[in-house]
Design a protein around this ligand. Structure first.
Ligand SMILES: [Zn+2]
Ligand SMILES: [Zn+2]
Length: 108
């Protein structure tokens, strides 16, 4: 489902700045699974700055919700997908002790 109302935020300079600063403050490590596999790869970042309190049409005007660090969480793309797919995609990430992604269970 398209969410036109929040697209301008994610494309804004301000959001990018905040997201980048927040990700740097977490050392680009996923806060849930501590996945670090995206560090230093030089590839597209696989982390996402997620809003703990999901953005809705009602709270999107609230600077504290959108830009406040208290509402932000740095997630790898797998954890982020899981957060936004409460029904579950049936996928579980597996990591080695160094935080490298070694496999995705249930991936088709
Ligand atoms: Zn999110
Ligand atoms: Zn993760």
């Amino acid at each position: 489902m398209a969410r036109e109302w929040n697209a301008p935020i994610y494309n804004s300079q301000r959001w990018r700045k905040v997201a980048k600063a927040y990700a740097a403050s977490q050392h680009y490590i996923c806060e849930r699974c501590h996945n670090q596999s995206f560090i230093g790869t030089g590839k597209e970042p696989h982390w996402i700055v997620h809003h703990k309190q999901h953005l809705t049409a009602d709270n999107v005007q609230d600077d504290n919700i959108v830009y406040g660090w208290d509402n932000l969480e740095l997630l790898c793309i797998y954890c982020h997908n899981a957060v936004h797919a409460p029904q579950g995609t049936g996928r579980t990430c597996q990591f080695d002790e160094n935080g490298n992604l070694v496999g995705i269970l249930g991936e088709k």
